[in-house]
Write a protein that binds this ligand. Structure first.
Ligand code: CDP
Length: 225
């Protein structure tokens, strides 16, 4: 664990938003452009749910899940996540894994257990991170907060293309319904619900190419820095 005061001088760009809004892609590219580290916080929830399923822990057993989360042996290598010395691979990228992540993410003890683990990714020269509560809970002092969204139809299209590219089966109508359910669950939960923070810049990418979204975030950061 690092020193809090030193940490506060390290800039963070927090990009939050709903499922399949493109925030992960945008965040990773912004990090690359600025030479910052990148944290995909959703992957932490995904890998926790995956580890729980492998260990036979029920997805509503809050105490056991929190214990598991506290002891997770996680490492990131680019976009690959390593769990206990093994790459988690595409197993955590399926829709089923996303649903499982969303279920355990609604449990307060699990979120609390994963808080410090996420904060430990704040290292010089800076961090770009994406999720649901990066700006509101994990890094409330982020230099720039962005709420990145797109229409549900556009997000379903993007997720569809992403899954097909990875060689998974996908059904557009089912994806749209699943996204809506996930949005509703993420927005309705008592702790760290999905919503635009008062101090976050809204970026609607429905009609925006990835590069344009990246440039808008970088420009806003340079203005704020
Ligand atoms: O790609 P997608 O947005 O669907 O998923 P993700 O960002 O990988 O996150 C998977 C699930 O983890 C989400 O549905 C959220 O419920 C949860 N999550 C969260 O609660 N808080 C975060 N900071 C990141 C993800």
């Amino acid at each position: 664990m690092s020193d809090r005061l030193t940490d506060l001088a390290i800039p963070v760009i927090a990009i939050d938003g709903p499922s399949a809004s493109g925030k992960g892609t945008v965040a990773a590219l912004v990090a690359r452009e600025l030479g910052f580290h990148y944290l995909d916080s959703g992957a932490i929830y995904r890998v926790t749910a995956h580890a729980a399923q492998r260990a036979g822990i029920a997805l509503d057993d809050e105490d056991a899940l929190a214990r598991l989360a506290r002891g997770l042996d996680l490492r990131f290598d680019g976009t690959e996540v390593w769990l206990a010395g093994e790459p988690a691979g595409d197993a955590i990228r399926t829709e089923q894994a996303g649903r499982a992540a969303s279920r355990i993410a609604a449990l307060p003890a699990v979120r609390a257990a994963l808080l410090q683990l996420q904060r430990d990714f704040r290292r010089p020269p800076g961090l770009v991170t994406d999720g649901r509560d990066m700006g509101s809970v994990v890094f409330p002092d982020a230099r720039l907060k962005v709420f990145l969204t797109a229409s549900a139809e556009e997000r379903a299209n993007r997720r569809y293309k992403q899954l097909i590219e990875k060689g998974f089966d996908a059904n557009l109508a089912a994806l749209l319904q699943d996204l809506r359910e996930r949005d509703a669950r993420d927005a309705a939960r008592a702790l760290a619900p999905l919503r635009q923070a008062a101090d976050a810049m809204l970026l609607d990418t429905t009609d925006l190419a990835i590069d344009e979204a990246v440039q808008r975030v970088v420009a806003a950061y340079r203005k704020a820095a």
